[in-house]
Write a protein that binds this ligand. Structure first.
Ligand SMILES: Nc1ncnc2c1ncn2[C@@H]1O[C@H](COP(=O)(O)OP(=O)(O)OP(=O)(O)O)[C@@H](O)[C@H]1O
Ligand SMILES: [Mg+2]
Length: 387
């Protein structure tokens, strides 16, 4: 008796009495049964009733059983086909199995042999269907993850852009002022030696401020690039400096002091620079959000207890995490922030990225005493330091 009583079996035989007896036996065993009188009709019925199993005679006028089997497998490889051969037609049975028939039985049909073939076919069908569904589900999960990753990145990008715009605005107005001043002096037509010396000073400022703007913009551009993940040797100190530069303005706005505790001479980590940067930025933003009244963010990097690992951590002196939320903070869309302030994607993205890096994420927090998130990452075995 099959587990799934929804299974439909199509019996194809040109001899009416054999067809009816077979159909009756199958129906008695609890399957739904349909019949067809030849190969053509068999294909037709497969299209309309979509059986899970077909039991077909091999010798039929017109389209024979092997041809029907081929047609069915082209139409839907998940349909299981049991072929019925005459006693001694071993070659035909082999042909059938080569074309992915699930089984063969010989005429005159023995009841037990038929039931066994049906059970095997039913089992095979279910397993294959589960496999197809499982694969589809996996593909779906991968797609979901990619979507969340991108969505989170766009959110971070928006926040970064907003804070970077301020950061660029100040140097730009400085540059503008120096340029105007120099133009005014030049327009008077009387620039003396003293003026030229002052101009040099102004131009040096213009140069360094322009350089600062350009670094901020390239940092932002690099972050926004939709690049396929690329694993390489990543210099953690460089990565953390870039994260700090991108979030400096946001911290300054809320009276937050960044503290660096980055060990010298850390080995490079194996990872995707852009994705790891997205992780650290997410942790820094969370830390900033946890300290509306200001505080201290400690960005640290040190060799792990295992020499093959490097631990990067972002700690804050903020509100901390309530014990009841602790288990949920990595879930996608879990947020304790007001509507419009958090999507709840940050930490799930961090988790996904670090997991794909073969690393792990941990958190220590006491309510009211801040939180520290640590990323444990594998050291690059490429041996080269990253630039
Ligand atoms: N440093 C932290 N201190 C206190 N709570 C935190 C900290 N980091 C995360 N949390 C808690 O974990 C929740 C989930 O964080 P997550 O980054 O996934 O989402 P979010 O910050 O709410 O929204 P999003 O990052 O998508 O804007 C937060 O809403 C907050 O409750
Ligand atoms: Mg967040």
């Amino acid at each position: 008796m099959p587990d799934d009583n929804e299974l439909t079996v199509l019996v194809v035989d040109d001899e009416a009495d054999i067809r009816d007896v077979t159909a009756m036996a199958i129906a008695d065993a609890g399957y739904r049964v349909e019949t067809a009188a030849d190969g053509r009709q068999g294909i037709e019925r497969c299209r309309t009733i979509r059986p899970q199993i077909v039991v077909t005679d091999v010798r039929m006028p017109g389209l024979d059983g092997i041809q029907l089997l081929e047609a069915i497998k082209t139409f839907d490889p998940l349909i299981e086909v049991v072929v019925v051969t005459a006693f001694g037609e071993v070659d035909i049975a082999i042909q059938a199995l080569q074309r992915d028939a699930s089984d063969f039985i010989t005429k005159p049909i023995n009841h037990d042999a038929l039931m066994m073939a049906l059970q095997r076919a039913a089992g095979r069908h279910l397993t294959r269907r589960q496999l197809v569904e499982y694969t589809a589900q996996l593909e779906h999960t991968v797609e979901d993850q990619a979507r969340i990753l991108h969505q989170d990145k766009m959110m971070s990008l928006g926040r970064l852009a907003a804070s970077v715009v301020h950061e660029i605005n100040n140097p730009l107005s400085g540059i503008l002022n120096y340029c105007r001043l120099m133009l005014k002096i030049l327009q008077r037509g009387s620039a003396g030696q003293g003026d030229l010396e002052r101009f040099q000073g102004y131009l040096r400022l213009v140069e360094s401020e322009t350089d600062r703007c350009s670094q901020i913009v390239s940092g932002l551009l690099a972050f926004s690039r939709k690049s396929p993940p690329r694993f390489e040797a990543v210099d953690i100190a460089d990565l953390l400096e870039k994260c700090l530069r991108l979030s400096r303005h946001k911290m300054a706005l809320t009276n937050i002091d960044p503290v660096r505790q980055i060990d010298a001479g850390l080995p490079p980590v194996r990872g995707d620079f852009n994705q790891l940067q997205q992780c650290v930025i997410n942790l820094v933003f969370n830390a900033i959000d946890a300290m509306p009244e200001g505080g201290r963010i400690t960005i640290a990097a040190r060799r792990g207890a295992d020499p093959g690992r490097v631990t990067v951590s972002v700690g804050d002196t903020g509100i901390g995490i309530a014990p009841e939320n602790r288990a949920r903070i990595f879930e996608p869309f879990f947020t304790t922030k007001q509507t419009g302030h958090g999507t709840g994607l940050g930490l799930s993205t961090v988790f996904g990225i670090i997991d794909r890096h073969g690393g792990s994420v941990s958190v220590h927090s006491r309510p009211g005493e801040g939180a520290t998130f640590s990323l444990d990452l594998p050291v690059s075995t490429e041996g080269s330091g990253a630039g």
